[in-house]
Design a protein around this ligand. Sequence first.
Ligand code: FES
Length: 153
Amino acid sequence: MARIGPRDVGKDLSVGEVAARSGVAVSTIHFYEAKGLIRSWRNRGNQRRYPREVLRRVAVIKVAQRVGIPLAVIAEALRALPDGRTPTAEDWRELSARWRDELDQRIQKLARLRDELDGCIGCGCLSLKDCPLRNPWDVLSEEGAGPRLLEPA
Ligand code: FES
């Protein structure tokens, strides 16, 4: 990976350079663009060029996705930024505060999954010894689909 030198600052990037620096596949960069998460312009050779700050946007998208924020929610949050600007530190604080409830719920769910991994989760498999006790004859299916003890209604 080529390091950034003084002459690179402010220089727009090709899709390959964005992919190489961000660690995101070229196809994913195109996907993000198709979804309106990032923008490019075309040079005289009709090749896509991205402003360097796209790397920050892609990083925000990647981190948010990694913690489980759906892409549609990320796109909505980024669209809400004035002039479609790249998130600043202040923007990031606001975005993460907005996502905190959702993150807390995910953390609780993961903790439940961790704690219940060797016990019945109410998924309908009835394969464990304690399933007949905790979910006899899959009665929990009446509450809905999925692992009912892990994701109560
Ligand atoms: S673990 Fe699937 S129903 Fe109990």
